[in-house]
Write a protein that binds this ligand. Structure first.
Ligand SMILES: [Zn+2]
Length: 76
């Protein structure tokens, strides 16, 4: 798959980080499966991954979490 941003790089399976913020709360996701461009470094997350990330973030916000670091090992 060609990168839609720079149109030169190739999107490869990799890992990235993602931050979800709400008001004063912040959740930092590590090792999130993503497609990463080998040219410009642009990252894309699949809709399944995004859904899962936001679901986890939502649960944490509902618990009153202010700051949390989550390692995404469960989703392949
Ligand atoms: Zn690119």
């Amino acid at each position: 798959m060609k990168c839609p941003i720079c149109k030169e790089g190739t999107m490869k399976n990799g890992k990235s980080t993602l931050t979800v913020e709400r008001k004063s709360a912040l959740i930092f996701f590590k090792q999130v499966p993503a497609l990463v461009c080998n040219n410009c470094g642009e990252t894309f997350f699949s809709s399944d991954v995004s859904k899962q990330v936001y679901k986890i973030a939502e649960e944490a916000f509902n618990k009153g979490t202010e700051l949390e670091v989550i390692k995404m090992k469960k989703i392949a």
